[in-house]
Design a protein around this ligand. Sequence first.
Ligand code: NAD
Length: 484
Amino acid sequence: MKADSIRLPRPLNLIDGAWVAAASGREMDVRSPIDGEVFTRIADSGPEDVDAAVAAARAAFDGGPWSKLTAAERGRLMLRLGNRILEEAEELARLETMDNGKPIKQARADMIATARYFEYYGGGADKVHGEVIPFLSGYHAEVRREPHGVTGHIIPWNYPAQMFGRSIAPALAMGNATVLKPAEDACLSALRIGELATEVGFPAGAINIVTGRGEVAGKALSEHPGVDFMSFTGSPEVGVMIQVAAAKNFIGCTLELGGKSPQIVFDDADLEAVYPVLVNAIIQNGGQTCSAGSRVLIQRGVYDKVMDELKARFEAVTASDSGEDAVLGPLISARQKKRVETYIAEADAPLVARGSIAQGSPEGGYYVAAALFGPCEPDSKIAQEEVFGPVLCAIPFDDEADAIRIANGTDYGLVAGIWTSNGGRQQRMAKAMHCGQVFINGYGAGGGIELPFGGIRKSGHGREKGFAALHEFSRIKTVVNNHG
Ligand code: NAD
């Protein structure tokens, strides 16, 4: 894939409807994970750029044209943006692959999903109603759902376009004005979608995009006193800082911080259906998915059989340069490659299988061969920590109680998959899982815009996706009228 065949966004921020350079004039290099080469630049923004973006959002929210739109009009704009994303999907997908390294097929699927966020929440904009509460005689009591005001959004690099949609679409639907800080490692699709938003007629200040480093621009946004609500997706370490900053400003926040999600395979499962899903749930997007199925718990009676099959499948996985046939592309950065390779080299469990890297893959690209470990002790480092790479840990278990103990035995709690043909067990296991989403006889890493999604404990709190996100991005006001 050649950079000159793709239209690249300019190194500018979107503030108050205009494309502007960072006030300092600073820019930073962008490298493609496919070959490690610098192919463009982005604005390296500072606190003053964040100030300008928050002020623009405030003006849009407090009396600006954005605040005057009806919910239906907001929804219509969002539907238009969804359509434009679909029209530009191929070019956007190519941009995403160059910027993030993901296989082109994955990037195409991501663009459909990104458009869906604007369709789904555009359709929902005028469907969040208040309530009337039966109260004292002579009183009318109602509950209204109102936008927070200015919402801040800090998103990661793993699904840049999808995260853009997932984070800001529900906020816009509820009438908030938004300031987004995309990840410095992959933010070009967000900038391109920002251009499309301007083109379809979003009023100035409704969507502001400020690029730059997390510890500078991200920090400034998370600590900004002009922000009324923060939405963050990324690492637990930064999530803690976001929550502390939100606490100091007395505002709410949602945190989506990843996981160590288990897929639990009982001996009565349809194993042929299980195998491809187990592999895909950790290979998809290079394992850089918050809800990746990174642990597989296998009932002891079928452990050897399942592992024989997984070994063969992992050995057949080839990392390659993200072209039409690629299933596993490079990881996002040299830093992430090193992190994942260190986990593999230092793993405290037997290595069962390793995939390969395609001959002729560009030298400087961030390729890592898939790895399968097992049997892993449930408390081992490799089975406890989020690797965020194509690394699967297998853990044998004896019975339901054992499976529940191991599945719930990490600091995380995002998603769980349960594979069994026993109906009662399906219900018992779903109830016992400490996490935000459970799949039974299936697994959707990252899937389902309609499905409320989020974690507990180190996986974060708050819910995105589904109508739950519309509730997160709004607040309740109770109005009591003594009419006599
Ligand atoms: P990160 O948390 O540093 O980055 C996520 C976002 O936060 C980026 O936009 C970044 O610019 C911003 N950020 C960084 N420091 C900040 C600060 N001090 N204040 C405000 N914003 C800040 O994640 P990373 O370093 O890119 O990845 C490290 C690990 O985090 C990964 O290996 C993985 O385990 C995890 N991760 C999880 C997800 C997820 O989807 N849950 C996404 C990305 C990374």
